[in-house]
Write a protein that binds this ligand. Structure first.
Ligand code: FES
Length: 157
């Protein structure tokens, strides 16, 4: 069972703001990692804002997630310049290696794969980001090697 008292504290800290829902959801997501149904329900109770409105905001903005994600978010560039340079093969190799599809999380909660639009690194296409770190000039083999480095790091923590 998730401890939800932090939701109330966060809501209270925005009591003087005029339309604080987005800020509240950002802070709550930072605290809990993602916006679960239980957390959103607590936000509704604590703010008095209708659950339908809260859910609408939580699912509209891409900065919010209602699903638990892995420790490492693998963002695969999905735009044309990366595709021309072989991104599809890289994506397939990463999916196969991790045993999951795009928008899924590995059972050990280490990795989530997502598509992203241009990372601004087309000169070194194809590219991906893992959390805040960018990787370019990828081949399927290089991408899998990078993922394995993260697995080694992640499993030690
Ligand atoms: S299209 Fe992939 S980095 Fe620009």
């Amino acid at each position: 069972m998730v401890e939800l008292s932090k939701v109330d504290q966060i809501v209270q800290s925005y009591a003087t703001e005029k339309t604080p829902l987005i800020q509240i959801l950002k802070a709550v997501q930072q605290e809990y990692g993602f916006l679960s149904e239980a957390v959103l329900t607590q936000v509704a109770k604590s703010t008095g804002i209708a659950m339908s409105e809260i859910y609408g905001v939580a699912t509209f903005y891409t900065l919010f997630t209602t699903k638990e994600k892995g420790k490492y978010i693998v963002r695969m560039c999905n735009n044309a310049p990366c595709h021309v340079k072989g991104a599809s093969a890289v994506v397939e190799a990463v999916k196969k290696h991790l045993g999951i599809n795009v928008n899924e999380t590995t059972p050990d909660k280490l990795f989530t794969i997502e598509f992203t639009s241009c990372l601004g690194l087309c000169a070194v296409a194809p590219c991906m980001m893992i959390n805040d770190e960018a990787y370019g000039n990828l081949t399927p083999e290089k991408a899998v090697m990078v993922i394995e480095e993260y697995r080694r790091k992640g499993s030690k923590l």
